[in-house]
Design a protein around this ligand. Structure first.
Ligand code: NCD
Length: 367
């Protein structure tokens, strides 16, 4: 079946109907999140987390164990051989000898693609720098779909640090595909990257942007979902730049009083300053339930990739654009994995009139 042995590096690696298939299985898994299935008995998942995590790592581990599988986890990548200078390529070629699936989180953009290229076992991206976090997007879409019945036509405000937030980069790509409407509300200098807006525009999405809800037609009352993100402190060049951006937006009870009575507030969490505790008791606050849904969604994904659960019919995956070397071209993104792991050959997609993009971090060259 379609998802067996597949990597998940970008949300674009799944066809729409494959995403629907994950949700159909996740709907079933909801009732098994407190039990012990045996569908992945004898299989092992390894987590390689080079950045902090609570929800993603623990919900992957919970999911694997609820499916009857086992988990190998390094609590802190600083205690792995990466600290001795071992490359991503070598690490995954070792770990594939121990586990049947690898879940990786890494600060460099494109790191999960490298892991997937070198590992013989499936690799799941649990966040690579500011690039993507596709399984969070599956959780986010699942939460929207469970609350609203579908994603098409739902108007979603993406709020907060849209420059560095990887969850919103994956989510925006997925919403565009499923016919969700988007508005972007970001503080100055933290707006959605221009090349991503361009990519979504080329796919037919028109996206309103503003620095506050007042600058968006319809304001907060015009949206169905308010998806809030934290300022990604760890990706700022300096502490001063972070302090300048800190507390630049906040969802308060007062702001929420202008929102629709059936609006849904989501957040990938953790929160810092941007969601007041006083809204936790508001029936529109959906973020804790959203985090809990990480377990059935990841159970479905792991069950399908490892072949432990029967898959609904789905269209084949989208074909990935051909990656090739382009004489004289190099990726100028200092946060790209190619700037740090020197055995990698630069590879690009696009060209011939289309923007040239690095095949690892997907940034437009020279943008
Ligand atoms: C997010 C992440 O790591 O990108 N967290 C998560 O996985 N739920 C969001 C964040 O850290 O702000």
């Amino acid at each position: 079946m379609a998802l067996i042995d597949r990597d998940l590096v970008s949300i674009s690696d799944l066809s729409d109907s494959e995403i629907e298939a994950v949700f159909a299985v996740a709907d079933d898994m909801v009732r098994y999140t407190r039990t012990a299935l045996t569908v992945c008995a004898g299989r092992l998942l390894a987590t390689l987390f080079h950045e902090p995590s609570t929800r993603t790592r623990l919900s992957f581990e919970a999911a694997m164990q609820r499916l009857g599988g086992g988990v190998l986890s390094c609590a802190d990548a600083k205690s792995t051989s990466a600290a001795k200078g071992e490359t991503i390529a070598d690490t995954v070629r070792i770990v594939e000898g121990y586990a049947d699936v690898i879940v990786i989180r890494h600060p460099l953009e494109g790191a999960a693609r490298v892991a997937a290229d070198y590992a013989q076992v499936p690799v799941i991206n649990a966040g690579d720098g500011a690039h993507e976090h596709p399984t969070q997007t599956l959780v986010d879409l699942f939460a929207i779909r469970r609350a609203r019945g579908s994603i098409a036509g739902v108007r979603v405000a993406l709020c907060g640090d849209l420059k560095f937030g990887r969850t919103v980069h994956s989510l925006a790509r997925a919403l565009a595909r499923f016919g969700g409407e988007m508005v972007c509300v970001a503080p100055p200098d933290l707006e959605m990257p221009a090349d991503l807006i361009e990519e979504l525009g080329a796919a037919g999405s028109r996206i309103a942007q503003g620095h506050s809800f007042d600058e968006i037609a319809g304001g907060i009352g015009g949206v169905d979902v308010i998806y809030v993100t934290r300022i990604q402190r760890e990706r700022f060049e300096s502490a001063e730049a972070y302090q300048a951006a800190r507390r630049s937006y906040r969802i308060t009870r007062e702001l929420l009083s202008g929102a629709r009575p059936d609006a849904l507030v989501l957040h990938p969490l953790p929160r810092v300053d941007e969601l007041d505790y006083e809204i936790d008791s508001d029936p529109r606050a959906g973020y804790f339930q959203q985090a809990a849904q990480g377990v059935p969604v990841r159970m479905a994904l792991l069950g399908l990739i490892l072949g432990g659960v029967e898959a609904p019919r789905a269209d084949p995956p989208p074909t990935r654009p051909d990656a090739r070397d382009v004489a004289g071209a190099r990726c100028d993104n200092q946060r790209c994995v190619t700037a740090h792991e020197h055995y990698l050959e630069p590879r690009f997609t696009g060209g011939d009139g289309a923007p040239l993009r690095c095949a690892y971090c997907e940034r437009e060259v020279g943008a």
